[in-house]
Design a protein around this ligand. Structure first.
Ligand code: NAD
Ligand code: DAU
Length: 363
């Protein structure tokens, strides 16, 4: 079996569902259930004996050590993290606690477990650390995309905490020979994406008749990857990645935020026009430019040739197909949306957007 951390969050829950469907191997899913963790994401596995959920904190080395001893996983896939850049700006402490100290605690428990394995199992064991392209910092318009050898230059407390965790993982391989794999991925989108992040926020705000907040001039560029493609990449790296190596994962799909928001509005105009709900006009009319994110990275771009060349992975989904099915998923799962938009979520929205002058310019 495999041990997954953070498997109740956005990417982790997609990964666990995908893993059980495609690989069929048992999973112990260890998650603290912060605001971002949601057991409803895993409802499809309620009756499935291959999935065991355990609530806990990666900072708790003793609990992790006990679970590893009890379940004897052949691999750990580490998703658990604080993941939202805006929250890292207003409250960086939790990011250092979970992303840095938590990854360190997990590495300690995992290394002790791995050291005690019989030789053959030790050789097969893998620790896959899921990281981000944000560790590389920001690019100018004509810069080449990030490769695995691009120097780290994290700009937000979030990316700095992920960079620190990447360095610990690297050091554990270099110093102890611990069999690590690291993936640095670009922006994911798809089902179960928490509506604090751009794409699900725009979809849910649009349908609720609320402003669609675009930070600054909306010309910041991200590379977008459908979450199912990310899960497939992680499976490939786990199966055949070389211990100690890092792999950049991306969608070859750079887009400016404002273009993404326009596309979302146009798909909603098509799939769920305002006129069908007693309104009129396009969702584009709700776009509102608001105060920029402090230290906002201008452009990310991923060179994903290494993982394609060495492991044969490339994205299967185009942005056009992936984004349309994502919008449809949100339209079909309004109960899921209503459940996550709870008291804590509303507090965050108030805190993040009230200070951004939501009465700003609209298009
Ligand atoms: P998420 O915020 O949706 O989920 C994080 C999960 O981790 C939640 O279920 C939460 O309860 C759990 N968690 C948080 N702190 C924990 C702790 N101390 N102990 C145990 N569990 C804890 O995040 P996500 O978007 O699914 O991202 C997953 C991972 O992928 C993160 O490491 C993130 O840095 C990385 N990543 C995300 C993206 C993206 O676009 N979302 C892209 C590249 C990399
Ligand atoms: O690049 C990978 C990273 O992508 C992951 O490591 C992070 O965990 C993940 O959250 C994501 O970070 P971003 O900051 O790029 O994602 P977010 O959805 O928060 O924002 C995407 C872009 O949209 C970014 O340029 C900021 C902008 N934005 C975001 C929000 C929430 C807006 O213009 N308005 C908004 O309301």
């Amino acid at each position: 079996m495999i041990f997954v951390t953070g498997g109740a969050g956005f990417i982790g829950s997609n990964f666990v569902l995908d893993w059980i469907e495609t690989v069929g191997e048992a999973v112990v899913n260890f998650d603290k259930l912060t605001y971002a963790g949601n057991l409803n994401n895993l409802a499809g596995l309620k009756q499935d004996a291959r999935h065991r959920f355990v609530q806990g904190d990666i900072c708790d080395t003793a609990q992790v050590a006990q679970l590893l001893a009890d379940h004897k996983p052949r691999a750990i896939v580490h998703f658990a993290a604080e993941s939202h850049v805006d929250r890292s700006i207003s409250g960086p402490g939790a990011f250092v606690t979970t992303n840095v100290n938590g990854t360190f605690s997990l590495l300690e428990a995992a290394r002790a477990y791995w050291s005690g394995l019989p030789e053959a199992e030790r050789a097969e064991f893998r620790f896959l650390h899921v990281s981000t392209d944000e560790v590389y910092g920001t690019l100018g318009p004509d810069d080449a995309p990030f490769t695995e050898t691009t120097a780290y230059a994290p700009n937000s407390p979030y990316s700095a905490s992920k960079a620190a965790s990447d360095h610990l993982v690297r050091a554990y391989h270099h110093t102890y020979g611990f069999p690590t794999l690291t993936t640095n991925c670009s922006n994911n989108y798809g089902p179960f994406h928490f509506p604090e992040k751009l794409i699900p926020l725009i979809i849910t705000n649009a349908r609720a008749g609320k402003p669609l907040p675009v930070y600054g001039d909306g010309q910041q560029i991200r590379d977008w990857l459908y979450v199912g493609d990310h899960c497939a990449a992680i499976r490939r790296v786990l199966a055949d990645g070389k211990p100690g190596e890092t792999y950049n994962i991306g969608g070859w799909n750079e887009m400016a935020n404002l273009d993404v928001v326009h596309i979302l509005c146009d798909i909603l105009d098509d799939l769920d026009p305002k006129s069908a709900n007693g309104g009129s006009g396009s969702y584009r009319e709700q776009i509102t430019f608001v105060k920029d994110r402090p230290g906002h990275d201008r452009r990310y771009a991923i060179d994903a040739r290494k993982v394609q060349r060495e492991l044969g992975w490339k994205p299967a989904e185009t942005f056009e197909s992936g984004i349309r099915k994502t919008v449809q998923w949100y339209l079909d799962h309004q109960e899921w949306v209503a459940n996550v938009q709870s008291g804590d979520y509303l507090k965050w929205v108030e805190q993040n957007y009230d200070q951004r002058d939501m009465a700003g310019e609209t298009t």
